[in-house]
Design a protein around this ligand. Structure first.
Ligand code: FAQ
Length: 311
């Protein structure tokens, strides 16, 4: 039987209006949003690790300053997203605990290593590029706090994508060794970037409900195709090759056809067996333990003064 609050929820959805935290909502909608927003927030903070790996080894002061700003932005995105998830009635402590104990996921992409400086450029171009394609539709997601967080995040991701592209462009036009390093990075990051969009539509468990609820506006495969179509001409300008022999323009569909994605690899990464899964969680839980004194100090301040210290 439909309750009054559920019909109001349905009416808000039908009118394409935003659901706000004070509105009643089905528990399954709330749970789906907590899962997705938390996974997204965790991705932002775990995503600081692969690039953070190059902060002390950036090839110039300019590149170091840019990378430092980018990694700080990722921390900020994590904060907006944890704050959005908290409006659904879950605490930050619970969310971090779920990450640290493997009950919630983060994006598969951050389980790959950054072996050379060119990987930083490839992450900016491909990983941030895929993030933008996936996240622009989320600015129209039905849940207000998530949609609003996405607006600012997408603006910052655009800057990240351009700095990555510019960095790869410089390498691709550098010495033979630099060009080879850029190509190698693209070879290693291309396929994992395609996996960021999630499993094929036919096996995507959450898509149909999330589409009905207007959390998702496009399917995983639609967004993946959009990303491929954007990247092919960009790779041509870079003078780099995308590592897919089946990549070709299809006159009939008006899109690029691309080769088969290794879904067994995707599954292995989701199951915790990617190249860096263990290292990423160990580093994160260590950082959390190292920060215990800050949380203790904040709690002591609050107990003494009865208010949260200004940020
Ligand atoms: N990795 O039914 P679906 C960034 C899971 S960008 C890991 O299709 P859904 C920026 C999924 O959770 C990256 N798990 O799921 C940055 C589900 O698991 P369950 C973060 C994945 O939710 C750049 C199962 O597979 N962006 O951080 C992945 O409808 C550079 C079935 O999948 C977002 O999170 C995956 N790639 O669609 C930061 C965007 N894909 O519940 C630093 C928001 C799927 O069965 C440096 N999220 N799974 O255990 C979304 O748009 C959606 O959640 C999808 C997945 C599209 C990722």
């Amino acid at each position: 039987m439909t309750t009054i609050s559920e019909s109001r929820f349905d009416a808000l959805l039908a009118a394409d209006e935003r659901i706000e935290p004070r509105d009643e909502m089905p528990e399954a909608y709330r749970a789906t949003l907590i899962r997705q927003i938390a996974q997204h927030a965790h991705s932002e903070i775990i995503g600081m690790q692969p690039e953070g790996n190059w902060l002390t080894r950036a090839p110039s002061l300019r590149r170091k300053a840019i990378l430092l700003a980018k990694v700080q932005d990722e921390a900020g995105h994590g904060l907006y997203l944890y704050a959005a998830a908290e409006t659904l009635g879950v605490s930050r402590t619970e969310l971090l605990d779920a990450l640290h104990t493997g009950r919630q996921r983060y994006s598969s992409i951050f389980n790959y290593p950054t072996l050379t400086w060119a990987d930083v450029g490839a992450i900016g171009w491909l990983v941030d590029g895929a993030a933008i394609v996936n996240q622009i539709p989320l600015t129209r997601c039905s849940f207000g706090p998530y949609a609003r967080a996405m607006v600012r995040i997408c603006q910052e991701e655009s800057f990240h994508q351009r700095q990555g592209y510019e960095s790869l462009h410089t390498l691709a036009r550098g010495t033979e060794g630099q060009r080879a390093m850029a190509q190698d990075a693209v070879d290693r990051w291309w396929w994992p970037s395609l996996m960021m969009f999630g499993p094929p539509d036919a096996t995507s468990t959450h898509s149909s409900r999330s589409t009905e609820w207007k959390i998702k506006r496009h399917s995983n495969d639609e967004l993946r195709q959009r990303f491929v179509d954007l990247c092919v001409p960009q790779a041509e300008i870079l003078g780099l090759t995308l590592p897919d022999a089946d990549l070709r323009w299809n006159e009939q569909t008006g899109h690029y056809d691309y080769g088969e994605i290794d879904w067994a690899e995707f599954k292995a990464v989701l199951d915790g067996d990617g190249p860096c899964n263990r290292q990423r969680i160990e580093r994160r839980t260590q950082a959390h333990r190292d920060g215990q004194w800050v949380r203790d100090a904040a709690a002591a301040y609050q107990a003494k003064h009865g208010q949260t210290p200004a940020a």
